[in-house]
Structures are given as structure tokens and as C-alpha cells.
Design a binder for this molecule. Sequence first.
Ligand code: SF4
Ligand code: SF4
Length: 431
Amino acid sequence: MQTNFTPAQLADPHVAESEAILRKCVHCGFCTATCPTYVTLGDELDSPRGRIYLIKDMLENGRAADTETVTHIDRCLSCLACTTTCPSGVDYMHLVDHARVHIEKTYKRPLKDRLVRTVLAQILPYPSRFRFALKAAAFGRPFANVLKRVAALKTFGVMLDLAPKTVPEPSANAMPGTHAASGKRVGRVALLNGCAQPVLKPGINEATIRLLTRLGIEVVVSPGEGCCGALVHHMGRENQALAAARRNVDAWLKVADEGGLDAIIITASGCGTTIKDYGHMLRLDPAYADKAARVSAMAKDVTEYLSTLDLPAQDPRGMTVTYHSACSMQHGQKITMAPKQLLKQAGFVVRDPAEGHLCCGSAGTYNILQPEISEKLKARKVKNLAATKPDVIATGNIGCITQIATGTTIPIVHTVELLDWAYGGAKPAGL
Ligand code: SF4
Ligand code: SF4
């Protein structure tokens, strides 16, 4: 694609990077076929190609974001299906990241939207605030339908609907500390505790710690680590996202320098995609660029790491698992085979749903901010998953678990919960 940025504009490294990305796009439109919003809405401006044109126009003219551009960028799930499809290697992820930061800096959203976004950014990344908010939601839930009928309050009604009815007690495993390997130690890893997942499903990291320590891996929950920053990163709140990244880089490198680390294990693929991008996010910070690149190089999804451990094949269990590949897993991190191979090796029959490339509509805070599109995508995903008639659905991202669970009675668990069970751990709750 031809671009017309001035040398002065290109002196800004963010603009220069976006220009290089834009120039790779050849307008072919292949990406439209796999874009969930284009497939759902049928509007070119809700396709990757349409958004690329909008971003180009906004950046090239050095203008503030307008309502049309914001509307269509906000509808993007950041699912990155377009990056998997694109034959020209267009790095849409970093382009839309830049666009979101530009929007945040130059566009004044309506008061209600600003309020909702501030509430999300100030609550979700902090486990104690999030837990408190979920418990408080029990009092507001009877009013959810009333709130959803009032345009200005609709988002709060959606939030109440999405809040789980019971909130598990915090897990002792989420506290900073070291979980010793059983028997001879063959490895040492840090485990991201993070923010929302340990509040919603603490059993996922408990299963991870049980499985890894049984396999001889020492697991460290690092003091000082927290939310990876993905939630605010996708809202364009770059300072908050970079602060989260720097805090985690410091926490993990301290542990790595003290006792060595083979990997930083992540059990939520949405977080994994962001942590693997820390090197890029902090590339312009001389104090953190090298350190962040080191952390990104150590970041591994738990299934990626387990694949290196040569787990023994288990007897068939007579249980059918349909594997839902989270967008951040298959498109963000390009991990497609490892989780399914591990499940097969563990004795499960593994099935793939139709349209596995399409997002379930969770996408961080998307199901709160864009509930109509999210609901359509959820219904489509649940229909495809149910058609495979599984005993259980497995996936590697807490957002997908929460989203899909509200649309089906088929149990849905994290892949590592099934693996822990197959290799001597507890049966996952709900099975
Ligand atoms: S990230 Fe997903 S929703 Fe956004 S343009 Fe790409 S395919 Fe479409
Ligand atoms: S597939 Fe790639 S090159 Fe083709 S229009 Fe989409 S982003 Fe551009």
C-alpha cells in the first residue's frame, strides 16, 4: 500500500513502525473471510482491510480520531485471525495497538463510556478489587435486566450478568512463594498468577502447580508480579500497560537472577500473547528494552512448556474433549497442535469444532463493551462446539472459559486441569 507520511511524521518511531506495517498490505482482502466482525456485520469498515484504511487515514493526516474510526476500531476483537490469514505478513496487532493509543490520546469518549472504561481499568487488573466487585455484584444482579433496558446503564447490566454467582475463596497457591519439586528437581519456572484468573478459577493454577511439581519442576510465584497489562493495553491505556509490564519484568528477573529460570509459565493465553510482546512494548525504553526482551524470550504457555517434558502416553480414558483454541493461543502465539497432542497423549479423544478460527466473543473486556456482537459470536461458537457432542470442552484462556460457560451446559475446563487429572491429580471441578 502506498503511504504519504512526511519525514517529520516518520521521525516518531511509532508512526514509522505503523507506516512500515501499512506498506505491506496489498489490499487483497483475504483477511476479510476470517474476520469475526466482518463475518458477523458484513461491513467493509468492520474488516481488517477497512480498519487498516481508517488507521492509515487517521495517522497519515495526523488528525484526532473521529467517531467513525473509533466505532470500527472498538469493534475489533484483537483476535488476530487476520494475521494468521494475511499472505503478506501484515502485523495488524501492532498497527491496531498504535491506533488505540492514538484514539485514547486524541478522542474524547462520551461520559458514560469514559466511566465504564475507568471502572474496568481500575478494577479488573487488581484481584482484591475484582473479588470485592464480584461479591458486590450479587446485590445488583436482580436489577441487571432493568439496567440493560436503560441505554446509559446498559453496560453495567451486562457486567452484572457476566459476574459469576459464586466467587471461589482465594487459593493459598496464589501467594508469592516457592512450590518445591517432588523428588529430583529437573527444572525451575516462574508461574504468572495474574489478576482475573485466580479470582474466577483458582483451580487452574493449582492444577498447574500440582502437575509441574509432580514432574520435578520447582514453581515460583514471584513476589511483586501482577496483571500482565493486557486488559488496559487493549484499551489504549499505554502508561498503565507499560507500568504493569515493567513491574513484572522486575519481579521475574529478580527470581531468575537469584536461582535461575527455565521459563515463565502462563496459563491464560491472552496474557501470554502480551508478555511475549513485552520486548516490543518496551523497546523504546533504554532501561527496560533488553530486560523485557529477556522476559519475553522466557515466556511460555503451559502447554508449550509441557510439550518439552516428554510426558508418558496414558491409557484411553473413554472421554471426548473438544478443544477450543483461544484466539490468543492460535493467532496470537501460533500454538495450535501442542494442547491437542498433550490431551491425546493423556488418553482423551480430541475433537475440533467447525470454524475453530473464529473468536468466541470474549476478547478481554469486549463482551462488556460490545455485548451485541459478543453474544452473536458466543452463540455461533457454542453451536459449533455442541455439534461435536463432547463430554467436556477444553481451552487455554480464562476469558473463553467464562464466555462459553454462560452459553452451554457442557462442562468447560482449562486444558491443564485435564492433564493434571490424567497424570495423577484431582478430577476438575464440574466434571
Ligand atoms: S483482529 Fe480480529 S476482529 Fe480485529 S480486524 Fe483482525 S480478524 Fe477482525
Ligand atoms: S490479507 Fe493482508 S495484505 Fe490482504 S488486505 Fe488483509 S491485511 Fe492487507
